[in-house]
Design a protein around this ligand. Structure first.
Ligand code: MG
Length: 308
């Protein structure tokens, strides 16, 4: 966690946190490139602002990525909110078990993957519906479907608290499936490529949990910014002070109930940099945020705004 000795009452020095989706947001949807975001990642690091991945990816997929992205001092949220990984500075002596061999304390915020898989097979049989879970796909099929390289695809299959699936029925049949899962305390959420079945957890609840943790450890409420491109990001975008919807490579609607919203013109990491620049590239906007009761929804494409 960054050191920040300034008064919490000075808004310019208020601690800040960035929460970000990965696929289609910080990482390009197709190539997984993130270089357009690099200047802002460097700047945020220099300013001591943690950039916290909040993703449907697994813990095993995130660990090498956060090394590559230089985010090893920040916590992360994996599998759509099912678990949080906490570096030592984010651990609470009384509330967390000690860190594991990778130096991280892992908090489970959802349910075990074994329970999810068991209930999925029950509902498939009971409702006579067709879907393919990630664990049922061969490695080759997963590589084809996601565009991941084989080593990354292997890591994607190491699920701990959520199961992605490809829906192979008409959308009308989703309601009965969703209802069945809800009776088991499970949720069905849509990501960019897959539907995801998780416990009673989502990105928004996990983000709120981490903000509370920050406040408990630091004694001040941070200014928070979140960026995402998918429907599974909506709860996260609603849980923060300022939000960016990154233009998606899909036709899904992403309309969070968030008064301080910027919608990017560019997709992927270029849209990510555009969104961070919109909110934090100019000091005045950082200071007059939703926290001060300012309502502002801006669509980059509608206004033709040139980001700072
Ligand atoms: Mg995404």
């Amino acid at each position: 966690m960054p050191s920040n000795s300034a008064s919490p009452y000075d808004p310019a020095q208020r601690p800040r946190l960035v929460f970000t989706d990965l696929d289609g947001s910080l990482l390009d949807h197709h190539s997984y490139d993130w270089s357009p975001a690099r200047p802002w990642l460097d700047r945020l690091k220099a300013e001591g602002v943690p950039v916290i991945p909040v993703t449907s990816k697994t813990r095993s997929e995130i660990l090498p990525l956060r090394r590559e992205l230089g985010l090893e001092d920040a916590p992360f949220i994996a599998e759509n909110g099912a678990l949080a990984g906490l570096p030592p500075a984010w651990c609470h002596a009384r509330l967390d078990r000690g860190p594991g061999p990778d130096g991280l304390a892992i908090r489970t915020l959802g349910v075990d993957i074994g329970f999810i898989r068991k209930r999925l097979s029950v509902w498939r049989e009971r409702l006579g519906i067709r879907f393919t879970t990630m664990s049922e796909m061969s490695l080759e099929e997963l590589v084809d479907f996601t565009g991941l390289a084989e080593p990354e695809a292997r890591l994607a299959r190491l699920r701990e608290g959520s199961e992605p699936l490809i829906w192979e029925e008409a959308d009308e049949r989703l309601a009965a499936f969703r209802e069945g899962l809800e009776g088991d305390g499970l949720r069905l959420v849509r990501g960019g490529r897959f539907w995801h079945v998780t416990g009673d957890c989502h990105k928004g609840r996990a983000v709120a949990w981490l903000i509370d943790r920050f406040e408990a450890l630091r004694g001040s409420r941070p200014l928070t910014l979140a960026l995402g491109d998918g429907p599974n990001d909506i709860a996260m975008l609603e849980a923060v002070d300022q939000a960016v919807v990154i233009r998606g490579c899909h036709d899904l609607s992403v309309s969070p109930d968030q008064p301080s919203l910027y919608c990017s013109v560019a997709t992927g990491p270029a849209g990510w940099a555009e969104g961070v620049a919109y909110w934090w590239g100019r000091a005045h906007r950082r200071l007059t945020s939703a926290a001060a009761g300012v309502t502002e929804t801006v669509r980059g494409e509608r206004t033709g705004r040139v980001p700072a």
